[in-house]
Write a protein that binds this ligand. Structure first.
Ligand code: GDP
Length: 175
């Protein structure tokens, strides 16, 4: 009976953010626990699934890694339509990437499912010595906009699981 209750809850999750902030790398770390340096950029759509087990539920993420790159912007609404969760990533070593992340958040809040869970992720935390974006600045925006917020590194793996478990915790049991 316990096993029955833990039928996976399917959750569509989209990744958004400026090109090269590390969206694909974050997914690769979460799904395969690996990192590939100087990875070829994702062309077109990549679709991966990964389960996240919590005490009271299992979330099966269907992850869409696609629309972040500028040339796909016009396709974005098609990708985030029906998404229950979004990871909006920026690169802590590139100030402009936070501006881009903010504009994605605003677009999602205008156009996506009103209950969408949005996590803002500052990636490349391993490059602390090249940091351009103060953590407090991103945290403040996240608080004001009602987002989850984490700094993480796809390269070292630090805090990547936390991004997805924090989202999983916010998914209602009856969804
Ligand atoms: P995407 O275009 O947003 O999907 O970005 P990619 O995942 O393709 O990553 C872009 C580049 O940044 C690649 O050369 C990655 O190896 C590198 N990269 C991604 N994540 C990290 C990270 O956490 N730290 C460092 N130092 N480099 C990263």
């Amino acid at each position: 009976q316990q096993a029955n209750q833990l039928k996976p809850i399917q959750v569509k999750l989209v990744l958004l953010g400026e090109a090269a902030v590390g969206k694909s790398s974050l997914v690769l770390r979460f799904v395969n626990n690996e990192f590939i340096d100087n990875k070829e950029p994702t062309i077109g759509a990549a679709f991966l699934t990964q389960k996240c087990k919590l005490l009271d539920k299992i979330i099966k993420f269907e992850i869409w890694d696609t629309a972040g790159q500028e040339r796909f912007h016009s396709l974005a609404p098609m990708y985030y339509r029906n998404a229950q969760a979004a990871v909006v990533a920026y690169d802590i070593t590139k100030a402009a990437s936070l501006d881009k992340a903010k504009s994605w958040v605003k677009e999602l809040q205008r156009q996506a499912n009103p209950n969408i869970i949005i996590a803002l992720v500052g990636n490349k935390l391993d490059l602390e010595d090249q940091r351009q974006v103060p953590k407090e600045e991103a945290q403040l925006f996240a608080n004001e906009a009602g987002l989850l917020f984490t700094e993480a590194s796809a390269k070292s793996g630090e805090f990547v699981m936390e991004v997805f478990t924090e989202i999983a915790k916010k998914i209602p049991l009856d969804s």
